[in-house]
Design a protein around this ligand. Structure first.
Ligand code: ZN
Length: 105
C-alpha cells in the first residue's frame, strides 16, 4: 500500500503529534475501543489505527505476526514505535512490563 499525498493528509489529520513527545496520539473517529486501541474504518475495512498507520508507512504486517507497541502506549500510532512480533512474544513482553510496573510501583 503506497501512501499518496491525499491519503497521508486524511490519516494524519486524525493524529496529534505531541511536542517533545515521540508518540503519535490517535484522535480519530471512534477514538479508542474497549481494549484501549485506536480504531478506524479505511476504504470499507476496519483497522486498528496503529495497524493502519504501520501499513501505510512501512507496508503490510508480515502474516502471523502482530504489532507490539515498543513504547507501551496503546493509543500511539507512530510506525517507528511498532514492531511486528509473534503473539507469544507480544504476551511475553506485556507480562514483563506488568512485572516491571509492580517492582517500580
Ligand atoms: Zn509511541
Amino acid at each position: 500500500m503506497l501512501m499518496g499525498k491525499q491519503t497521508e493528509q486524511a490519516v494524519m489529520d486524525r493524529v496529534v503529534l505531541i511536542p517533545f513527545h515521540e508518540c503519535w496520539e490517535w484522535v480519530g473517529v471512534g477514538f479508542v475501543n474497549d481494549r484501549g486501541y485506536g480504531k478506524v474504518r479505511w476504504h470499507g475495512k476496519k483497522y486498528r489505527a496503529h495497524v493502519l498507520l504501520f501499513e501505510l508507512h512501512l507496508g503490510p504486517v508480515p502474516s502471523g505476526l502482530e504489532l507490539d507497541h515498543v513504547c507501551r502506549n496503546r493509543t500511539c500510532v507512530n510506525p517507528e514505535h511498532l514492531e511486528p512480533v509473534t503473539h507469544r512474544e507480544n504476551l511475553l513482553r506485556r507480562w514483563r512490563a506488568v512485572q516491571r510496573d509492580r517492582v517500580v510501583g
